[in-house]
Design a protein around this ligand. Structure first.
Ligand code: MD3
Ligand code: FE
Length: 199
C-alpha cells in the first residue's frame, strides 16, 4: 500500500517480517563495528536519538555543526552499507547510483527528533530513503520553510519512505514513538535507516 503526504511517498509494509528480522541482524552487526552514540547539537545539547552510520560517509554533529565525516568518533572507518539495505534502495528508487551514507537512528523510550531539513548533501536531486523497524513512530511533515501547517503519519515496522523531487527539502521530524508497540526488537525501541547520496 502506498500513500503520498506532501510529496513524500510512504510505502506501507514494504519490507516483510522475515526481511525486517534480517535487517535487525545486519544493524546489530553495524552497531558492533560502529557503536551508536548520542550526537551533540551545535547548541551543546545531547540528542535523544542514538546514531551511527554505515557507508563511505557518516553523519556527525557536535558543537562545530552538522557534517559528514569519513570516520566514526572512535577513529575507525564506517562499516559498509549492508547489501540487504542496498537492495531496498534499488527496489524503491530504481537508481544505478547507490547511497553513500546509511544513517542508523535508534529511538529508545522518550526519544524524538525535532523538525529539520536534510541539507548537508551536495546534490538535492537524489532522493532520500528511510526504512522503519521496530516501534511505531509519529512522523511529522511540514513545508519547505520552517513553520506553517504540518501533517503527521504513523510509521510502522517495515514501512519505507521516499523523499524525492519537491519533497526532498521539506521540514520533517519524529514527535514520539509508541514504545513497546512492536515485538521486532526484544527490548523495544525504533530503528530508522536513512539512505542518502552525499557527494
Ligand atoms: C528528508 N530521520 O535522520 S526518516 C534524519 O525517522 C531523519 O529517524 C527520521 O529525519 C527518522 O534526518 C525521519 C528520514 C526522512 C523522512 C522524511 C524526509 C528524511 C526526509 C522528508 C524530506 C527530506
Ligand atoms: Fe531528516
Amino acid at each position: 500500500m502506498q500513500l503520498t503526504v506532501r510529496g513524500v511517498e510512504v510505502v506501507k509494509s514494504c519490507v516483510d517480517e522475515a526481511r525486517q528480522a534480517r535487517l535487525v541482524e545486519v544493524v546489530r552487526d553495524v552497531w558492533r563495528q560502529a557503536p551508536p552514540y548520542a550526537p551533540e547539537t551545535p547548541y551543546g545539547k545531547a540528542m535523544s536519538v542514538r546514531m551511527t552510520s554505515a557507508g563511505a560517509f557518516g553523519w556527525y554533529s557536535d558543537r562545530s555543526g552538522y557534517r559528514y565525516v569519513s570516520e566514526h568518533p572512535n577513529g575507525a572507518a564506517w562499516p559498509g552499507i549492508p547489501e540487504e539495505v542496498l537492495e531496498i534502495w534499488r527496489e524503491v528508487t530504481g537508481l544505478e547510483r547507490l547511497p553513500e551514507c546509511c544513517l542508523v537512528n535508534f529511538y529508545g523510550e522518550g526519544a524524538r527528533m525535532g523538525m529539520h531539513q536534510d541539507k548537508d548533501e551536495a546534490d538535492f536531486s537524489w532522493p532520500v530513503v528511510s526504512i522503519s523497524l521496530g516501534d511505531d513512530g509519529l512522523f511529522r511533515i511540514g513545508n519547505l520553510t520552517r513553520g506553517g501547517k504540518t501533517e503527521s503519519v504513523w510509521l510502522n515496522s517495515g514501512d519505507v519512505v521516499v523523499m524525492g523531487g519537491e519533497s526532498r527539502l521539506v521540514y520533517h521530524g519524529v514527535d514520539r514513538i509508541r514504545y513497546g508497540s512492536s515485538r521486532l526488537l526484544e527490548n523495544g525501541g525504533r530503528i530508522n535507516l536513512t539512505l542518502r547520496v552525499v557527494t
